[in-house]
Write a protein that binds this ligand. Structure first.
Ligand code: NA7
Length: 281
């Protein structure tokens, strides 16, 4: 199987690198061409255009920012028009289930396979090939490509019809957004009461609510530096999509509100844990 990869952002680079390292032929394309350097140095082929990438490959992955970017690619940039029947597209971006279904339907009309396969996990698990791949679409199509998820994730889960992967991704990121805000609130409360930051983080991490995410974010909170492992703007987007897709209750609504405010206050390019800066302000 020859693979094409479109979208070399924070996540696209390490994930496509793992496919390359697993021995697949990977052709890459990114809107900003300079971001292909690392992949090309590691042996990937650089496509001159999206058209070339699609024509030369069997399975094409896309991983871009949001619904607008995905629709831009599939519709405005005519990915589906260029594609040939029998090809399979896998979108790993986090988008609304409605967008996943819209692309699936347009693809199906042309005899093209489409799987929504967003991932749970940020840059570190992406580098280690330990993401959780959440897949929706036709099971027959999923079965044809599921082997490709092995170098990417510790597990891939087939969840059902098109849009199921996107729905599951919104659900898990709702929990993530709430959890990160919860860590921030606990730390800030302790700080107000004169408890040392390092002590409180030790307590959280050693307690029953200490989690992989609290441990992962501890150095950032201690240093008060938040380079993006998972950009806050993406969490703000995911909570907005969750609110638009289903019903949120009090905690979900509070998280939605906080992250939108953080985005408005220019914290979007920092890591999701920078929500603590929003709550401090
Ligand atoms: P990043 O690091 O913000 O990267 C975003 C990527 O999306 C990057 O390659 C962008 O290209 C690309 N992009 C954005 N808009 C477009 C349009 N309109 N057309 C083509 N390409 C576009 O995101 P992550 O890698 O952290 O996350 C990717 C997804 O996974 C996202 O949905 C997260 O929520 C989860 P650029 O380099 O700017 O030219």
């Amino acid at each position: 199987m020859k693979l094409g990869w479109v979208g070399l952002g924070n996540m696209g680079v390490p994930i496509s690198m793992n496919l390359l390292k697993a021995g697949y032929s990977v052709t890459v394309f990114n809107r900003t061409a300079s971001k292909t350097t690392e992949l090309v140095a590691a042996g990937a082929v650089q496509a001159k255009s999206l058209e070339e990438l699609i024509q030369e490959n069997d399975v094409i992955f896309t991983m871009v920012s949001d619904d607008e970017a995905v629709k831009d690619l599939y519709f405005s940039n005519k990915l589906l028009e260029i594609a040939k029947p029998g090809q399979i597209f896998i979108d790993m971006s986090t988008v609304s289930p409605a967008t996943s279904k819209e692309i699936y339907t347009a693809a199906k009309d042309k005899g093209i396979g489409f799987i929504d396969a967003p991932v749970s996990g940020s840059v570190a698990p992406a580098k280690e090939g330990k993401l959780l791949v959440l897949a929706g679409g036709e099971e027959e199509t999923y079965n044809k490509v599921k082997k490709l998820f092995e170098p990417i994730g510790k597990m891939s889960i087939y969840l059902g019809e098109s849009g199921s992967g996107s729905n599951a991704k919104l659900a898990i990121n709702l929990l993530l957004g709430i959890t990160v805000q919860g860590i921030a609130e606990s730390v800030l409360f302790a700080e107000q009461q004169g408890i040392k930051l390092a002590d409180m983080l030790t307590i959280i991490n050693e307690s029953a609510v200490g989690t992989a995410i609290s441990k992962m974010k501890t150095p950032a909170i201690l240093e008060d530096e938040y380079p993006a492992a998972f950009a806050l703007k993406h969490m703000a987007k995911d909570l907005r999509l969750a609110k638009e897709t289903g019903e949120l209750n009090a905690i979900g609504n509070s998280a939605h509100h906080t992250y939108q405010e953080a985005l408005a206050n220019q914290l979007g390019d920092l890591d999701v844990m920078a929500v603590i800066k929003e709550l401090r302000s």
